[in-house]
Design a protein around this ligand. Sequence first.
Ligand code: NAD
Ligand code: TYD
Length: 350
Amino acid sequence: MKTIIITGGAGFIGSHLIRLFVNKYPDYKIINLDKLTYAGNLANLKDVEKMPNYEFVKADIVDADHMFEIFDKYQPDGVIHLAAESHVDRSIANPNEFIFTNIVGTTNLLNAARKTWGDKLDDKLFYHVSTDEVYGSLGETGFFVETTAYDPRSPYSASKASSDHLVRAYGHTFGLPSVISNCSNNYGSYQFPEKLLPLFINNIRNKKALPVYGKGENIRDWLWVEDHARAIDVIYHQGKVGDTYNIGGHNEWTNIDLIKLMCKIMDSKLNRKEGESEQLITYVKDRAGHDMRYAIDSSKLQDELGWTPSLQFEEGLEKTIDWYLESDEWMNEVTSGDYQKYYDEMYKNR
Ligand code: NAD
Ligand code: TYD
């Protein structure tokens, strides 16, 4: 029986990863360690919460003593670390929380793993889940590879880059067995509606303005969240200790093309006239320091570990839209409370 602590398991990607591991590995004990911030939601895990190999522990990774206690109690064989403040716009409005959770929190977990594991490092692994945003911004051509120099440009990406460096430093200095993956933009169910896709799907549905930053020309490389979870599974079990793997969909879209496609699909699903939802598009003030283009070269992961994305984007996008349209209760719950306040604050001066 292996015990794995997954941090941030109540968030978007974490909940998909927990679902995959709890179902696929009945012999593993999966501990979901999460603070339940605005982005963490146990409703994302209703279908697995009663499984015998799953346990939820509410904790803040910034609390170093609590991390030592939890590691001491559960004696994990592995850690898959996803807990983070993850939204670029929030990092521009209030960077400090990103420093605490993403940098200090990661260091606390590294210290707890080091202390608990001591020199018994066989079969132990600290897996750090990171983002392609650490590499900075691309021009019209080229791709991020694992050796691309770090050039983070937002408080979010700078805090993630810093945590990546710390994980590598603990590997190099203390011999802590670790692996890192850097993934492109994910899409799918259970994503908090502050990120582009769920926010715009919700706004289109409610006939609210669609706030496109700048000219909508920025490019992102979109990957189905379940393909990211599958990649993490493959890397956790077969990745080389000390290595880094890029994960991406080879699926680049300008924001405006993607938004128009979403409008078109939703016009048809909501029985609206063709072109009706596009009228909601409103160009607003650009995000400060807005990275122009992200594009990942994931050939190392594909060639060495045999992972490939499973879904065509158009199919995944339609499935995603269907899920949000069918999940009123979930959307109503996450947009109640502080959400409206967040939305008004974030978009009032744009
Ligand atoms: P998310 O914001 O949906 O979820 C983050 C989770 O972490 C939440 O459950 C939250 O409660 C928890 N959390 C936050 N602060 C915490 C703290 N101090 N202690 C304990 N738990 C805390 O994020 P996500 O989109 O699922 O991203 C997960 C990870 O994947 C992050 O590390 C992010 O940097 C990385 N990532 C995300 C994307 C993407 O497209 N969303 C792409 C590449 C990498
Ligand atoms: P986002 O989902 O925040 O992911 P990231 O910034 O981490 O890539 O944004 C995706 C793209 O959509 C990004 O170029 C910013 C843009 N965007 C808008 O144009 N309007 C919005 O309201 C949001 C949230 C994002």
